[in-house]
Write a protein that binds this ligand. Structure first.
Ligand SMILES: [Zn+2]
Length: 80
């Protein structure tokens, strides 16, 4: 038996894009047992559930920074 512990109206933590904080949310919609939408209890903004992750961009920034560093590094001389 599959345990379905989350229900509409349940309290869940998620990142609110409006408050820009990890806050308590109400579950607003569940699709196939997965939380799809949540509503911030602080500003009542409804948004897709982000699984607590709101800063995916940060990772991309770090990656592009690395690319910049690597592109500036001199290429190692070829050994012959
Ligand atoms: Zn909010």
């Amino acid at each position: 038996m599959k345990e379905n512990s989350v229900d509409v109206g349940d309290l869940i933590d998620d990142y609110c894009p409006r408050c820009r904080l990890l806050l308590s949310h109400d579950v607003a919609a569940i699709v196939e047992g997965e939380v799809k939408k949540v509503r911030c209890r602080t500003c009542l903004n409804e948004h897709p559930y982000r699984r607590g992750k709101g800063r995916r961009k940060e990772k991309d920034d770090i990656k592009s920074l690395w690319d910049q560093v690597l592109s500036k590094m001199p290429k190692p001389p070829k050994k012959q």
